[in-house]
Design a protein around this ligand. Structure first.
Ligand SMILES: [Zn+2]
Length: 308
C-alpha cells in the first residue's frame, strides 16, 4: 500500500506500458484506488458488505485516510461482522489477486469469487482469533482427526457426500454425490455434467441435486458432507454473503425444510467416492444419471471407506 503495487498507472509511469487503463472497465485509469475501491467490480463487492449508512463516507475518502481508517476500525460495518479491519484487509488482498488473475491469466473470479473467498477466509481468521491458533479453524471444520477417513453416519441416518469437478480452460464442471446408510452400504449415487461454471457453483449445484434427491426419496435424517468450506459456511447460514443468489436462496429453503439435516465440512480424504463420481461425469453428455448400484469405478473406494 505504499504506491508499490504495479497497477497499469504505475507501469505507465515507469514506461512499461502505453496503456494505463483498467482491464476490467477499460475506461478509467487503473491506479491503486481504482483497483481496490472505485472500479465497478470492486464497488460491487464493497456494496455487499458495507452498511448503507457507511457507504457514502467509504467511497468518498482519500486513499491514505481510507486505508488507515478501515484498518484501524473494529466497529461493525456489516451485520455479524465484528472485525471490520480483518474483512477489509482480506477483501483488498482478494481484489488485487483477482485483478492480477484478470491481467495475467485472463481468469478472473469476479465479485462472486471475491465475496466467497472473503467469507471463507474471514470465518477462518475470526475462529483463529477466538479459539486460539492451536485448534482447528472454521466453525464448520472437523473436530477430530478421525474424520479424515470416511465414517458411517449414526444409526438411522444417511450420509450424503458430494463433490464438484471443474476442468480445463473452459471450466467444464461436473458434479457427483453418493448416499450411504449407517452400515456404509450404497443407497444411491448420481452424476451430472453441468457445463461451464466455477468450482463453488458446481459444489452448490451438487448440494442442490443431492438435497432434492434425498428429500424426494423420503430420507429425513441426513448428514451432508462437502470438502468445500465456503459452501458449508453458506448452507449453515453463517454468512449473509451471496444471500441474493437464486441458487443459494433455493438451497437455504431446502435446508430449512422439516428434517434433521446437518451440513459439515470434511477433508477431501473422507470424500473420495464423491470426488471420483464428479470426475466420471466430465466427459458425459446429457442430464443427471442416478446409480442404484455403485458403478465399477468406485467399488474399490467404497470397500476402502468401510474397511471391509
Ligand atoms: Zn476498472
Amino acid at each position: 500500500m505504499h504506491g508499490k503495487l504495479m497497477t497499469n498507472a504505475e507501469r505507465y509511469r515507469r514506461h512499461i506500458t502505453v496503456d494505463n487503463s483498467c482491464h476490467g472497465c477499460d475506461t478509467m485509469v487503473e491506479d491503486i484506488m481504482h483497483v481496490l475501491r472505485d472500479c465497478p467490480a470492486a464497488r460491487d463487492v464493497w456494496n455487499h458488505v458495507l452498511q448503507a449508512n457507511a457507504a457514502r463516507r467509504f467511497f468518498a475518502m482519500g486513499f491514505e485516510d481510507w486505508v488507515q481508517e478501515n484498518l484501524s476500525t473494529t466497529a461493525t460495518m456489516q451485520q455479524g461482522t465484528s472485525s471490520w479491519n480483518i474483512l477489509f484487509a482480506i477483501i483488498c488482498w482478494l481484489l488485487w489477486k483477482d485483478r492480477c488473475n484478470k491481467v495475467f491469466n485472463s481468469r478472473p473470479g469476479g465479485s462472486y469469487f471475491v465475496l466467497l473467498e472473503a467469507s471463507r477466509l474471514y470465518q477462518d481468521c475470526v475462529s483463529l482469533i477466538h479459539n486460539g491458533a492451536t485448534r482447528n479453524c472454521g466453525r464448520a471444520g472437523p473436530n477430530s482427526r478421525d474424520v479424515v477417513k470416511w465414517q458411517p453416519p449414526n444409526p438411522g441416518r444417511v450420509k450424503v457426500n458430494i463433490d464438484g469437478a471443474v476442468r480445463g480452460a473452459v471450466k467444464q464442471a461436473s458434479i457427483g454425490g453418493v448416499i450411504r446408510n449407517d452400515a456404509g452400504d450404497w443407497v444411491f449415487g448420481f452424476v451430472r455434467n453441468i457445463g461451464a461454471c466455477t468450482a463453488l457453483m458446481a459444489e452448490l449445484w451438487a448440494a442442490y441435486d443431492a438435497l432434492i434427491f434425498v428429500w424426494e426419496r423420503g430420507f429425513r435424517s441426513v448428514d451432508l458432507k462437502t470438502d468445500n468450506k465456503t459452501m458449508a459456511t453458506i448452507l449453515n447460514m453463517e454468512s449473509s454473503i451471496l444471500s441474493d443468489n437464486a441458487l443459494v436462496q433455493r438451497l437455504r429453503k431446502l435446508v430449512l425444510q422439516q428434517w434433521d439435516l446437518s451440513v459439515r465440512f470434511i477433508y477431501r480424504e473422507a470424500n473420495m467416492v464423491a470426488d471420483k463420481l464428479a470426475s466420471l461425469a466430465q466427459n458425459r453428455q446429457g442430464g443427471c444419471l442416478v446409480f442404484d448400484t455403485p458403478p465399477p469405478e468406485v467399488t474399490q473406494l467404497i470397500t476402502d471407506d468401510i474397511g471391509r
